[in-house]
Design a protein around this ligand. Structure first.
Ligand SMILES: NC(=O)c1ccc[n+]([C@@H]2O[C@H](COP(=O)([O-])OP(=O)(O)OC[C@H]3O[C@@H](n4cnc5c(N)ncnc54)[C@H](OP(=O)(O)O)[C@@H]3O)[C@@H](O)[C@H]2O)c1
Length: 310
C-alpha cells in the first residue's frame, strides 16, 4: 500500500531498517526513536488502519509494510517493496519484534493458541529473516570491499526481541518460554551462519516492559480455575500483573538499546535487562537445575517473593 507521506529523498544515504510489529509497544518505540534519529524505517503492521495511523504519527521517514509474519507470500511481497525502494542501498538492520504472549499451564493451553505463538514468535522470525537477508547481505557485500562499514559505522545487524523467558522456563508461561528459547537457538545459529557475510545477530532479553502484551493474554479474572493449576495460575497472574504495574520499563529503553546496537556502541551478542534479569541469569546458569526447580516451586506455592521474567 502507498503511504501518505513516505519520502525516501529526504533520507538519502540514511541507513534503512525493517522493524516488525510497529503497531504498538516496543516495536512502535523502536520505529519512533530510529525515525527521530534519521533512519528510514520500514515497519510491519497488520491492517491498513494501523498503516495509516502509524504513518501519520511517524512521518516522512516511515513506510508501513502490511503483513502477518506467518504469511510467507505477504512477507516476500513486502521484501520486494523494500528492495525496489532501496535498490542498491540495501538494509542496515532488521528487528524481529512482532510477538505474542500466552498464559497458562502447558496441559490446558488451547492447541491452536500454542501453535499460533510458536508460529509467530519462531516461524515468523525465520520467515522475515530469510526474506530480508538478501538485502542485508547486499549491503554488507557492497561495503566488505571497503571494510564492511556504512553510515552507522557498524556491520549489518539482525536484532531479535527475545525475553528473559528465552533463558529461564517458568510455570504458566510455557508456550512463551518454548517460543523464546527456540528464538534464541534460531538467532545463535543464524549468527554463526552469517558471520562470513559480516552480519551480526543480537538478542534482547528483557523483563517487563510497558506495553499491552500481557493484558492481551492474561485478561481472565480467574484463569484455569477448573484445573488443578488454579492456585499457581492465580499466583503467577498476580506476580505478572504487579510486575507490569510497578516495575515495567518504558519501551524506549529497548529502543535506545536497539539504536546503540545498530550504531555499534553495544557489541555483545545478548542483553538481559529489567526486573527479574539477575534472578533469571542465576536460576538458569549458575544454580543446579534441581535447586532452581525447588526455588521456583517454593516461590509459587509458599508466598516466597519471586520476580517473574517476561
Ligand atoms: N512487554 C513486555 O513485557 C515484553 C518483555 C520481553 C519481551 N517482549 C517482546 O517484545 C515484543 C513486542 O511486544 P510488546 O510488548 O511491544 O507487545 P505489543 O504491544 O502487543 O506488540 C506486539 C506487536 O507484534 C505484532 N504482531 C503480533 N502478531 C503478529 C503477527 N502474526 N504478524 C505480524 N505482527 C504481529 C502486533 O501487531 P497487532 O497490533 O496487529 O496485533 C504488535 O505490533 C514481543 O516479541 C514480546 O515477546 C515484551
Amino acid at each position: 500500500m502507498q503511504p501518505t507521506r513516505f519520502n525516501l529523498d529526504i533520507a538519502n544515504n540514511k541507513p534503512a531498517v525493517v522493524v516488525t510489529g510497529v503497531s504498538s509497544g516496543i516495536g512502535l518505540a523502536i520505529a519512533r526513536r530510529l525515525c527521530e534519529h534519521g533512519y528510514v524505517i520500514f515497519g510491519s503492521v497488520r491492517s491498513d488502519e494501523a498503516a495509516k495511523r502509524i504513518g501519520d504519527d511517524l512521518g516522512e521517514r516511515f513506510r508501513a509494510l502490511v503483513f502477518d509474519v506467518t504469511d510467507r507470500a505477504a512477507v516476500s511481497q513486502a521484501r520486494r517493496v523494500v528492495d525496489e525502494t532501496l535498490g542498491e542501498r540495501g538494509l542496515s538492520a532488521l528487528v524481529n519484534n512482532a510477538g505474542l504472549g500466552l498464559f497458562g499451564p502447558l496441559e490446558h493451553l488451547d492447541d491452536e493458541k500454542f501453535e499460533d505463538i510458536i508460529g509467530v514468535n519462531l516461524f515468523g522470525a525465520r520467515n522475515v529473516t530469510n526474506a530480508f537477508l538478501p538485502l542485508l547481505r547486499r549491503r554488507s557485500d557492497a561495503r566488505d570491499q571497503v571494510g564492511r562499514l556504512d553510515a552507522t559505522g557498524s556491520p549489518r545487524k539482525i536484532i531479535n526481541i527475545s525475553s528473559l523467558s528465552g533463558i529461564l522456563n517458568t510455570p504458566m508461561n510455557g508456550a512463551y518460554c518454548v517460543s523464546k528459547h527456540a528464538l534464541e537457538s534460531l538467532g545463535e545459529t543464524y549468527r554463526r551462519e552469517l558471520m562470513p557475510f559480516g552480519i551480526d545477530v543480537v538478542s534482547i532479553r528483557s523483563g517487563p516492559i510497558e506495553s499491552e502484551i500481557w493484558n492481551k493474554n492474561i485478561a481472565e479474572d480467574l484463569p484455569f480455575q477448573d484445573t488443578p493449576y488454579a492456585q499457581v495460575a492465580m499466583r503467577v497472574q498476580g506476580i505478572m500483573r504487579k510486575a507490569q504495574r510497578e516495575s515495567a520499563l518504558p519501551a524506549d529503553v529497548i529502543a535506545k538499546l536497539v539504536q546503540d546496537i545498530i550504531e555499534g556502541r553495544k557489541r555483545r551478542t545478548a542483553y538481559e535487562l529489567g526486573e527479574g534479569s539477575k534472578t533469571s541469569i542465576v536460576l538458569s546458569r549458575y544454580l543446579p537445575t534441581r535447586m532452581a526447580d525447588r526455588l521456583i516451586h517454593n516461590a509459587l506455592t509458599k508466598k516466597t517473593r519471586m520476580k517473574t521474567p517476561r
